[in-house]
Design a protein around this ligand. Structure first.
Ligand SMILES: CCCCCCCCCCCCC/C=C/C(=O)SCCNC(=O)CCNC(=O)[C@H](O)C(C)(C)COP(=O)(O)OP(=O)(O)OC[C@H]1O[C@@H](n2cnc3c(N)ncnc32)[C@H](O)[C@@H]1OP(=O)(O)O
Length: 719
């Protein structure tokens, strides 16, 4: 709702009240409409201030309403009525003015912002556009290029930038409402014609066609296949080329297409899923609101390879005091230099002072004795990690949390190396660790809820999206990746090429196909794991058929490439060729194609044409199938956890909502039917065998993804 009061004698104060972000729900819109009417009809009121309760102006339209029947007064006429008012209306912006919240403010005649406020039109990230006049008013106020930038990226800007762009009229460090009320008193009798943004001409640049062409290319490149950024460009173009009313018609038309699209549903699902994963729950019932994190003041990072350096940078940027331990002198010197450079560049970008002084470097593990939490980031080798954990257990003060940055190793086994296994959790960062948002927080059977809460809390402080998951080989992300990569290898054997398979995945929306990704991360990583598992023995040494392991189909293609020293980008050759080692531009490699032909001939395989649909179905449905197994096993507590892991850690296109949401969009029955089909064709590939949870969900009518948790609970209780 919205509360009306009269302050300072003649100012009508309208306060939006809808905690926590004063979203424009039907009740709030009704409250604003009623309050504006009251203010305009009250002769004592000479000017009006609109503000939000609890230090937040407005987080925009109520996203929860989008899925249901939209009732209450519509936003557009409400904003028009404010703009048309014959008394000045001032927006007092504290906290956030986002989406519909900023559009409401743009309908006001003046805008005063607190210096810490954030403003933006983030609708594009929800698969929408600012359809309450935002695409028409903002370009008229700040010009086409700046408006295009804000509307197509959805980025939040500071009050200082908003002032510089001309979005706000004044920035204050004091009480924003007091400043706005004083401002409203001053402008009470002033003419308003020049303050109604919808009447402004749109500032024209010299070559509009080139400007929009460039903007269109940019959004098509950065958001492969996403429709909202394209619609945003089209709507701003209407502002630049048409009168306001026609532009509003175009905005409405484009919004109608977006509003009911699958992409908007997927992106809005992601918005809520991202928040849901913060409300973690362990199988024993311990959860985020009953388990409080322990304060962490001092942290240590052990091992300053690539991952350790990234983790160190992310930690130092939080302002925490960090002890960085690297036993190899040379590596320590290099790391020191690299980390300082990363911190300096990051600070320059953000316009802050680099936090170099927070870090103490050491070659001695004993220097972690006084820290509250350790993140071990040594080489991915169990024997080495065991040793480090034994040492940590001996040198750390009692109660220190011991975290391991591992992408697959057994957390419980490492915990067993310590005197206090309840203090041990996994913190699986993604490379580069100071950039990538995802953090898998992995609890073993003995990890305490407090250890999980502390790791999740620290992750949040580091700017990460933490997802708490159970302990199993590869946890959630890498466990699902294994069958996906395996299918890609099989497709190569059957007639595919890295180029065609990657193209199908990239057109689906991944920034990189599976083979380009493998070249980037290094083929030797998987090779080492397969060797450790006894899979990648060279065929000469092995007694088994090169294409079968333990009765299951196996493709040795990756191993054969590694045997040739083809490790990907770093060696200049992998699934593609590169100009030189370390270069990034992948080019098709004739050697690889003749190698594949020779391999097929050697194993009596006849290449067939594999279409895009088969690539997607086999690679993605097998990954989804493993996702269902993960849910069934209780490794992830709900589909949201898996989807957020894939969107933020593995490049799954956000506008497709994550693998589990996508399965729901495709139709669970269809996914099941295709898995059955492929499993029949490849009975020696267990990953293709549909998981029983998927069967049960289909049998119970394929309920929507947000209700799966209930079905899963029942399935688990029956198992
Ligand atoms: C048939 C065709 C018809 C077509 C016609 C359609 C007509 C429709 C016309 C309508 C035109 C609409 C145009 C405007 C659209 C919009 O405004 S869309 C919304 C845009 N706003 C946003 O994207 C902002 C989203 N929120 C945030 O970014 C952050 O929440 C925040 C405001 C910056 C605050 O961050 P923080 O303090 O970290 O809190 P959070 O944890 O993120 O959020 C707290 C809780 O609040 C919930 N929430 C936040 N924003 C909204 C919202 N806009 N609506 C609903 N709920 C919101 C969030 O989910 C959290 O909830 P809990 O997890 O339950 O606590």
């Amino acid at each position: 709702m919205a509360l009306f009061s009269r302050v300072s004698g003649s100012v009508g104060l309208i306060t939006l009240q809808n905690p926590p972000v004063n979203a424009l729900s039907a009740a709030v819109r009704q409250g604003i409409v009623d309050s504006v009417k009251r203010a305009l009809s009250d002769p004592e009121v000479k000017s009006v201030v609109i503000c939000g309760e609890n230090g937040v102006f407005c987080g925009g339209a109520d996203i929860k309403e989008f899925g249901g029947n939209m009732s209450g007064p519509p936003l557009i006429p409400m904003i028009h009525a404010i703009e048309a008012a014959n008394k000045p209306v001032v927006a007092a912006i504290e906290g956030s003015a986002l989406g519909g919240g900023l559009e409401l403010a743009l309908g006001c005649h003046y805008r005063i912002a607190h210096s810490k406020a954030r403003l933006g039109l983030p609708e594009v990230s929800l698969g929408l556009l600012p359809a309450a006049g935002g695409t028409q008013r903002l370009p008229r106020l700040i010009g086409v290029p700046a408006a295009l930038d804000l509307i197509t990226t959805g980025r939040h800007i500071t009050a200082a930038e908003a002032l510089q762009l001309g979005i706000v009229d004044q920035v204050t460090k004091q009480s924003t409402v007091n400043a706005a009320v004083n401002f409203a008193l001053n402008v009470a009798e002033k003419p308003l014609d020049a303050r109604r943004i919808s009447t402004f001409p749109c500032p024209h640049s010299s070559d509009l066609d080139a400007l929009f062409e460039e903007a269109m290319q940019k959004v098509q490149k950065s958001a492969r296949g996403a429709i909202a950024p394209v619609a945003c460009v089209q709507a701003v173009r209407a502002a630049a080329t048409q009168p306001y009313n026609q532009g509003m018609e175009r905005e409405k038309e484009l919004m109608a297409t977006l509003f009911t699209s699958g992409q908007a549903r997927a992106l809005q699902y992601c918005f809520f899923a991202q928040r849901a994963v913060g409300k973690w729950r362990m199988p024993n019932g311990a959860c985020w609101d009953t388990s409080k994190p322990r304060p962490v003041h001092k942290v240590a990072v052990i091992g300053l390879g690539t991952m350790g350096r990234g983790i160190l940078v992310a930690l130092a940027q939080t302002g925490l005091s960090v002890v960085a331990v690297e036993t190899q002198e040379m590596q320590l010197m290099e790391a020191k230099q690299a980390v300082s450079g990363m911190l300096e560049r990051g600070a320059k970008r953000r316009g802050v002072v680099p936090t170099l002084h927070n870090i103490t470097y050491s070659q001695n593990i004993k220097s972690v004795a006084e820290v509250d939490l350790v993140i071990e980031a040594v080489f991915e080798d169990m024997a080495l990690k065991e040793k480090v954990f034994q040492q940590l257990s001996a040198v750390c003060k009692p109660g220190t949390f011991l975290c391991t940055n591992t992408s697959a190793l057994d957390i419980d086994h490492l915990a067993s190396q310590t005197g206090n296994p309840e203090l041990v959790v996994g913190m699986h960062f993604f490379a580069p660790a100071h950039v990538m948002k995802l953090l898998e927080v992995v609890y073993g059977p003995r990890s305490s809820p407090q250890a999980v809460a502390t790791a999740m809390h620290l992750g949040k402080k580091m700017g990460k999206i933490g997802v708490a998951v159970g302990n199993c080989r590869g946890f959630v992300g890498n466990r699902m990746l294994k069958p996906y990569i395996e299918q890609a290898f099989f497709l190569l054997e059957e007639g595919g090429t890295p180029e065609k398979i990657d193209q199908a995945l990239e057109e689906f929306g991944f920034p990189m196909g599976v083979f380009k990704m493998s070249d980037l991360s290094g083929l030797d990583i998987g090779w080492r794991v397969r060797k450790g598992d006894g899979l990648a023995e060279s065929s000469a040494a092995s007694q088994q058929s090169p294409r079968i392991r333990d009765g299951r189909r196996y493709s040795p293609l990756g191993d054969l490439l590694c045997e040739q020293g083809r490790f990907g980008q770093k060696t200049g050759h992998g699934w593609y060729q590169y100009d030189k080692p370390g270069s990034q531009l992948a080019r098709s490699d004739p050697w690889l194609h003749s190698f594949l032909e020779g391999y097929r001939a050697q194993h009596g395989l006849v290449a067939r044409r594999i279409d895009q649909q088969e690539v997607l179905e086999r690679c993605l449905y097998v990954l989804i199938n493993e996702g269902f197994r993960i849910l069934e096993d209780g490794i992830a507590s709900g589909p949201e956890d898996i989807d957020i892991i894939y969107v933020f850690g593995y490049g799954w296109p956000r506008h497709r909502g994550g693998p589990m949401f996508y399965a729901g969009m495709v139709g669970l029955a269809k996914v099941l039917e295709r898995l059955e089909h492929y499993h029949q064709a490849h009975p020696d590939v267990p990953y293709l065998q549909p998981c029983s949870l998927l069967r049960r969900l289909v049998a119970s009518g394929s309920p929507p993804v947000n209700t799966w948790k209930e079905v899963i609970k029942k399935v688990r209780s029956q198992l």
